[in-house]
Design a protein. Structure first.
Length: 340
C-alpha cells in the first residue's frame, strides 16, 4: 500500500514540468506575436530560432501531459487497492480470485481501517495538489491558445492579401505580355525609320516594366512563402495547445470523480475505525475538498456509473489504442496462399 511520502517525487516532477511547459508556451506565443503585426519586417524572421522555440514548447507540453497522466493513473491504482482492502474487512476472499501480485499482497491478511485511512489520506493529499495543478494549467494554456489563434488569423489574413497582390501582379504581367506580343507582330518596316524608332522606345519601356513586374512578383512570392512558413509554425503550436487543453480537461474530470470516490471511501472507513484515530491533520486543500463533498447533496450519488463514464472518456482520449487482433491468423494466412 502507498506510504504518505510515496507521491512526493511524482508531484515535484509534475510541478516542475508544468512550470517549464507554461513558461515555454508563453515564450513561444510571445515570440511569434512579433511576426503577427503588419508592420513587422518579415525578412528578419529567424526560422531556426522560432521553430526551435515552438518545438521545445510542444515537447514540454507532451512531457507534462505524460507526467500528469501517470500520476492520475497511479492515484487511481492506489484507490483501487484501498477499496479492495476496505471490502476485505467484510470478506477476506475479495480480490483473491487470481494469482496476481496484488492478490498475493492482500493474502497476507486485511489491513486495519486505521492503516487504510492513513494510506487513503496520502492519496487524497496528492489528489488535492494535482487538482490545484490542473486548475493552474488550464487558464494558462487556454490563454496561450486564444492568443495563438488570434495571431494565426492575422498572419493568414496577411498571406491572403499577398495572394490577391500576386494575382493582380500576374494579371498585369499577362496584359503586358499581350502588348509585347502585339508589338513584335506589328513592327514597322525599315522604310518607316521615325515610326520604328518611336515604337522601339515603347517596346524597351514595356520590357523594363515587365522586368519590374517580375521583380515585384518574386518579392511578393518570397513574402508569401515566409508567411506560409509562419502559419505552419503557428498551426503546430495551436494544435499542441488545443490538445493540451483537452487532455487537462479529461484528466481533471477523472480526478474530480476519483476524489469523490476517495472521500466517500474515507467516510465509510471512518465508521469502522477507532474514533480517536479518525482525527487527523489534513492540508487546507484536502479539507476544502472534503467540505465541498459534504456541501454537495449529490456527492456520491450514482458514483460507480459516473466513474465508469469518465474512465471511458479518459481512456479513449489519453491512452493509446491497440490494433484489433485477428481472430484466426492461420486461416487468413492459408487464404492468402497462391493457388497451384
Amino acid at each position: 500500500m502507498v506510504r504518505p511520502h510515496s507521491f512526493d517525487g511524482m508531484l515535484d516532477k509534475a510541478r516542475t514540468t508544468l512550470d517549464d511547459a507554461m513558461n515555454d508556451a508563453n515564450s513561444a506565443v510571445a515570440t511569434l506575436a512579433g511576426h503577427a503585426r503588419g508592420g513587422e519586417r518579415i525578412e528578419v524572421v529567424n526560422f531556426s530560432v522560432e521553430e526551435a522555440s515552438v518545438r521545445e514548447a510542444v515537447e514540454l507540453l507532451d512531457r507534462w501531459k505524460s507526467v500528469a497522466l501517470s500520476l492520475v493513473k497511479e492515484l487511481d491504482r492506489a484507490t483501487e487497492e484501498a477499496d479492495l482492502q476496505h471490502r476485505r474487512l467484510f470478506n477476506e476472499k475479495v480480490g483473491l480470485e487470481n494469482a496476481s501480485l496484488l492478490s498475493r499482497t492482500l493474502a497476507r491478511g486485511p489491513m486495519k481501517p486505521e492503516a487504510i485511512i492513513a494510506d487513503l489520506d496520502a492519496v487524497l493529499a496528492a489528489s488535492a495538489e494535482l487538482d490545484l495543478l490542473f486548475k493552474q494549467a488550464r487558464p494558462v494554456f487556454s490563454r496561450c491558445f486564444h492568443d495563438c489563434e488570434l495571431q494565426l488569423e492575422g498572419v493568414i489574413e496577411r498571406r491572403r492579401k499577398l495572394d490577391f497582390d500576386i494575382e493582380e501582379m500576374q494579371r498585369r504581367a499577362d496584359g503586358l505580355a499581350e502588348r509585347l506580343m502585339y508589338q513584335r507582330r506589328n513592327r514597322p518596316s525599315s522604310r518607316h525609320a521615325d515610326l520604328q524608332s518611336e515604337l522601339e522606345a515603347d517596346y524597351r519601356a514595356l520590357l523594363a516594366e515587365q522586368d519590374d513586374i517580375r521583380r515585384q512578383e518574386q518579392e511578393l512570392q518570397s513574402r508569401r512563402t515566409v508567411r506560409q512558413r509562419l502559419i505552419d509554425i503557428y498551426e503546430g503550436l495551436a494544435v499542441a495547445l488545443n490538445g493540451q487543453i483537452a487532455a487537462v480537461g479529461a484528466m481533471a474530470a477523472k480526478l474530480t470523480i476519483d476524489i469523490e470516490q476517495r472521500i466517500a471511501l474515507l467516510k465509510a472507513l471512518a465508521t469502522e475505525a477507532e474514533p480517536a484515530s479518525t482525527t487527523v491533520s489534513r492540508t487546507a486543500a484536502v479539507e476544502s475538498l472534503i467540505q465541498a463533498f459534504e456541501a454537495n447533496v449529490l456527492a456520491g450519488h450514482d458514483l460507480a456509473a459516473r466513474k465508469a463514464h469518465v474512465d471511458a472518456v479518459f481512456k479513449r482520449r489519453l491512452e493509446p489504442h491497440l490494433l484489433p487482433v485477428a481472430t484466426d491468423l492461420r486461416g487468413v494466412t492459408e487464404e492468402a496462399q497462391p493457388e497451384g
